[in-house]
Design a protein around this ligand. Structure first.
Ligand code: ADP
Ligand code: ASP
Ligand code: MG
Length: 409
């Protein structure tokens, strides 16, 4: 007998039929003798609907109240899934984050989990019931409802698995594993049998939304066995193996150098032109940006022959207007010649632990993009990834070209 945490995403619980389908799958695992904790998301589209609804009432919704509204999506699905399970004779009990209690800090809309009380869940499991828990939500010390950031049900699943020392955490979604890139963009993308935590962390942070980045961090830290699987097939049929996220690095010589191509549309670039090149300029530009809680990703500085410098950096598109307004304010005090800004850019990245032992990957990437006439605006690298910023109109082409160039088709 194993203790398994299964998380079902929005599409997997997107209709009454799909919820009944999830119940059948859970019943199948239960019959095999396992103890099960099931984490569910809101029905697909529901969280977006609740965000839009809130904005209709308050243009910039109060974060505490927004979390009160957003958490209702998951509260609906836990009740519905528990009903569906009882309807087919499986004992089940639903819990909101607060009922569990999933204790978080008080950073509304992006709270972090601090502790999970497992006592009530354990008692239900011992009594033979399936425990159904609302993903994406928790409660702070003062009893306020909090949410964990978009895609946060993945993190609830992994955190529960860590707290309960579960044998495995299974993320059921609308694809049957982690692919070499998003299969919605490249139909030739292939499912990976395994991917290392390190690579998955890079893929998630570079835009592959199949797993929320925090869930991967959590799983790596607490050594949770994590697997991505599809929930959409017939539950009576045998399941595929999905993708296992592993700690070990593959040692086979045949292992591809690049494991996947990630991309993010959610980017914007700002450039401060013609600033006098002297100590403190980077700080004077980025200090106010950091104070405004805006995350900066790539940074490039070019010094011209006249002793002035152009300073470019990227931010998330959601922070574009805020960052631009800050630069307009500091422009005169740093004696900049001007500011240019572009929110129609995207980031495309190649990820693979094999890069460590294989030089020349960057030049191969740049050549492939050049052959398609795609201009690279910015570059950043780490030990296991290379990212480029390109015009948004080239996103799909760049992903497809690199997927092919690195032998992933
Ligand atoms: P859920 O609602 O189950 O949490 P998500 O929409 O958050 O599902 O994540 C699944 C989606 O992630 C897939 O439908 C797919 O389009 C997208 N995706 C992006 N990159 C990848 C990748 N490398 N492998 C698999 N899916 C990916
Ligand atoms: N329902 C939340 C969202 O849409 C959490 C999740 O699905 O993981 O972001
Ligand atoms: Mg998700």
């Amino acid at each position: 007998m194993a203790l398994i945490v299964q998380k079902y995403g929005g599409t997997s619980v997107g209709s009454p039929e799909r919820i009944k389908n999830v119940a059948l799958r859970v019943a199948k695992w239960k019959k095999l003798g396992h103890q099960l904790v099931i984490v569910v998301s809101a029905m697909s589209g529901e969280t977006n609907r609740l965000v839009a609804l809130s904005k209709e009432v308050q243009a910039n919704p109060d974060p505490r109240e927004l979390d009160v509204v957003l958490s209702t999506g998951e509260q609906v699905t836990i009740g519905l899934l528990a009903m569906a399970l009882k309807d087919i004779g499986v004992e089940a009990k639903s819990y909101t984050g607060g009922q569990v209690k999933v204790l978080t800090d008080s950073a509304f809309t992006k709270a972090r989990i601090l502790d999970i009380d497992e006592a009530a869940m354990r008692a239900d499991l011992e009594a033979g019931a399936v425990v159904v828990v609302a993903g994406f939500q928790g409660v702070d010390e003062a009893g306020n409802i909090t949410t964990l950031g978009r895609g946060g049900s993945d993190t609830t699943g992994v955190a529960l698995a860590a707290a309960l020392k579960a044998d495995e955490c299974q993320i059921y979604t609308d694809v049957d594993g982690v692919y070499t890139t998003d299969p919605r963009i490249v139909p030739e993308a292939r499912r990976l049998d395994t991917i290392t935590f390190e690579e998955m962390l890079e893929m998630a942070s570079l835009g592959s939304k199949v797993l929320q980045i925090r869930s991967v961090e959590f799983a790596g830290k607490y050594k949770v066995k994590l697997r991505v699987l599809s929930s959409l097939g017939d539950p009576r049929e045998e399941e595929g193996p999905g993708t296992l996220i592993t700690l070990e690095e593959p040692n086979s010589m045949e292992q591809p150098i690049i494991s996947g191509i990630a991309f993010s549309r959610d980017e914007a670039k700002l450039t401060v032109l013609g600033v006098p090149d002297k100590p403190g300029i980077a700080y004077q530009i980025l200090g106010p940006i950091a104070e405004a809680n805006v995350d900066v990703d790539m940074i490039i500085q070019n010094v011209g022959s006249d002793g002035s410098t152009d300073f470019s950096f990227t931010v998330g598109r959601g922070d574009y207007a805020k960052a631009l307004a800050i630069l307009e304010k500091v422009k005169d005090s740093i004696k900049a010649r001007g500011i240019t800004a572009d929110n129609k850019i995207c980031k495309v990245s190649a990820v693979g632990v094999g890069m460590r032992s294989h030089p020349g990957i960057a030049s191969q990437m740049f050549r492939s993009l050049a052959e398609e006439g795609i201009n690279i605006q910015m570059i950043s690298t780490s030990e296991i990834k290379i990212s480029v910023v390109v015009d948004e109109k080239y996103l799909e082409l760049a992903v497809r070209v690199l997927h092919k160039a690195f032998g992933l088709d």
